[in-house]
Design a protein around this ligand. Structure first.
Ligand SMILES: Nc1nc2c(c(=O)[nH]1)N[C@H]1C(S)=C(S)[C@@H](COP(=O)(O)O)O[C@H]1N2
Ligand SMILES: [Mo]
Length: 590
């Protein structure tokens, strides 16, 4: 049997034995380029993980690139992601990054099968991207943050270069060209290209069939004079590379976990002292006995979480400190966790809400916080609020993960219970909620008040500095809007006709809720029963007994705060200073 393509390209070693079974082998070999790419990518990520354990876990390329992506995400996309994935948005982002990396690795593997230097250079290029992302993070303090990406890329590039140099199908037949040097730059003519598949086609066939091919004995030189492996050789090399990568990754993960364990241990050792100023007991009638309504106190594990951190910072309280400085600070302070524990602690119930919460959304929670009153701390530092002639009107909190959050100094010092919180619902702050210390300011959305993992407080002005969210077009000042939510029945529920309890929560932190009204379809508004108020800084449960009649109904709720203002019907988006509008639920009674 003759192959016309062969003769056309005058390949000397015309394969007259290219049978169907050999063609199948050729097909099987075609996957080796992409596989090499995947192995190189895997090696790069696992080596990066290992090296990040010696630097800091956040310096790893996926976390660094993911963090950079979050910071550059337009608010509309961020809102969309929060709406669709909720707190899983970060998982989705990381999976997205891994998917893109997988495709890139495959592509680089395909390239490397032809031009191994180009493929390897591609891996290095992506390492550079990771290194730039890592050193460009706001929490990056040293150029060492580039190391995980650089080391990973070098390992990945080397592996790809090595594997590609031994790919069984790429060695031109030794008899045709002999051992040749790398031809990345020159071997690109159309003729060279078109003859390649044919040349390749016979090569593996010859090799895998030859008894001598076993144990490397008969492998023929590939490009660079490298000995090309047979399939088995490749499988062995690939398995070894994958195993080594897995080992590096596992070691890296366990070392990173060990770092975290110090933080966990430091948290476990903490015993929060009794507060000097305890919260008043929660009135019994603050919590309604209605199934489906949000519990008055949100358990920590159910408390919403909104932040930009891809890895929850695990701060070791024993080495942590908080620095207070800036305009109008006459006594700068650097406080350790122990220093804070020795101060008089204040315990308060405060409802926290996120500006990204849609009308009816889940990003609100109520907890019992314990901590140091911020006003006391600032006063000790010599700070005066602007209303008393102080030069700083903005308090900028900085976190260990580089977040910046700006709060009006007047709000913090106007007598409200603005806390530097250390504890939440009877335990030290959970890591996800800001251990060792965070701010909580009644009446302000979290993005302008509730910095977690705080490490620095700087007094400055709104004119002089725009914190993180303000740079992204969110408002400078954002008091919480009066809102109410129907928790039960759920949207599209199908209750039976007769008595149905409609219930939910309403909040207007630091003003207090005075009235909640419910409207069924277009009927007049009717007052709901309000549960007892804990404090004006907490949300308030409400309920409304409804005689449900068959058919479809729309239930709508609105609240009135203690300033006498009724929640506006006007729907606004969350950006720049919080969503407004009435929450409605559609149900079908049958
Ligand atoms: N370090 C840091 N603190 C942060 C944020 C953040 O992204 N990073 N997000 C803020 C926002 S937008 C809100 S609503 C609250 C949420 O606090 P939680 O996650 O404990 O509910 O934290 C605030 N503090
Ligand atoms: Mo938020």
């Amino acid at each position: 049997m003759t192959n016309p393509r062969r003769s056309r390209h005058r390949i000397p070693r015309v394969s007259d034995e290219l049978t169907t079974s050999k063609r199948r082998k050729v097909l099987r070999l075609a996957g080796l380029g992409p596989l090499s790419g995947l192995l190189a990518g895997y090696a790069a990520l696992t080596v990066a993980e290992l090296v990040s354990a010696g630097v800091r876990p956040e310096a790893g390329p996926v976390i660094a690139v993911g963090g950079a992506a979050i910071d550059r995400t337009p608010p509309s996309v961020k809102d969309w992601a929060i709406r669709h994935f909720g707190t899983d948005d970060k998982l989705v982002l990381q999976l997205g990054i891994l998917a893109v990396l997988t495709l890139l690795a495959i592509a680089l593997g395909v390239v490397a099968a032809r031009h191994r230097r180009t493929g390897a250079a591609g891996v290095l290029l992506f390492g550079l991207v990771g290194a730039l992302a890592a050193t460009g993070r706001p929490d990056s303090t040293s150029a060492a943050d580039a190391l995980p990406s650089v080391a990973g890329a070098v390992a990945g590039a080397a592996l790809l270069h090595w594997l590609a140099g031994h790919l069984p199908q790429r060695g031109r037949p030794a008899t045709a060209r002999g051992p040749v040097r790398e031809r990345d730059a020159t071997d690109t003519g159309p003729a060279a290209r078109t003859d390649a598949p044919a040349a390749r086609a016979d090569a593996p066939a010859a090799r895998t069939d030859a008894p001598a091919a076993r144990a490397g004995e008969g492998a023929r030189p590939g490009e660079d004079g490298l000995r090309a492996w047979d399939r088995r050789g490749f499988v062995i090399a690939a398995t070894a590379a994958a195993a080594a990568s897995t080992g590096a990754g596992a070691l890296g993960r366990s070392l990173n976990a060990a770092h975290g364990r110090n933080a966990v241990a430091s948290r476990n050792r903490i015993v929060l002292p009794a507060p000097a100023s305890a919260a008043a007991p929660i009135p019994k009638r603050a919590a309604l006995r209605v199934a489906g309504v949000s519990p008055f106190i949100t358990p920590n594990h159910d408390f919403y979480r909104v932040d930009t951190a891809l890895v929850v910072p695990r701060v070791d309280a024993t080495s942590w400190s908080l620095r207070i400085h800036g305009r109008g600070v006459t006594r700068e302070m650097t406080l350790s966790y122990q220093d804070l524990l020795r101060m008089p602690l204040t315990e308060r119930d405060i409802t926290l809400t996120c500006v990204s919460n849609e009308v009816g959304g889940p990003y609100a929670g109520n907890a019992r916080w314990i901590g140091v009153r911020l006003a006391d701390l600032l006063t000790e530092c010599g700070v005066k609020p602007p209303s008393k002639g102080g030069p700083a009107d903005q308090l900028v909190a900085r976190s260990v993960d580089g977040m910046t959050i700006g709060t009006p100094v007047d709000d913090v010092m106007d007598g409200r219970d603005a806390l530097l919180a250390l504890g939440m619902n009877g335990e030290p702050l959970p890591f996800a909620h800001g251990f060792p210390a965070r701010m909580v300011v009644p009446g302000l959305y979290g993005f302008v008040s509730a910095c977690k993992w705080i490490k620095e407080l700087e007094l400055t002005t709104f004119d002089a500095y725009d914190p993180y969210w303000v740079k992204r077009n969110w408002a400078r000042r954002a008091p919480v809007k009066t809102e109410s939510r129907i928790d039960t029945p759920k949207p599209f529920a199908r209750p039976e006709p007769g008595p149905v309890m409609v219930a939910g929560v309403a909040w207007a932190q630091h003003r207090g809720i005075d009235k909640v009204e419910v409207r069924v379809d277009d009927e007049p508004w009717r007052e709901a029963d309000l549960a007892a108020e804990d404090t004006r800084d907490t949300w308030r449960q409400w309920s409304f007994p409804w005689q449900a009649t068959p058919g479809g109904h729309t239930l709508t709720v609105r609240a009135t705060d203690r300033t006498g203002r009724t929640q506006t019907q006007k729907r606004t988006r969350t950006i720049p200073d919080g969503a407004s509008g009435w929450h409605s639920v559609v149900v079908t009674v049958d």
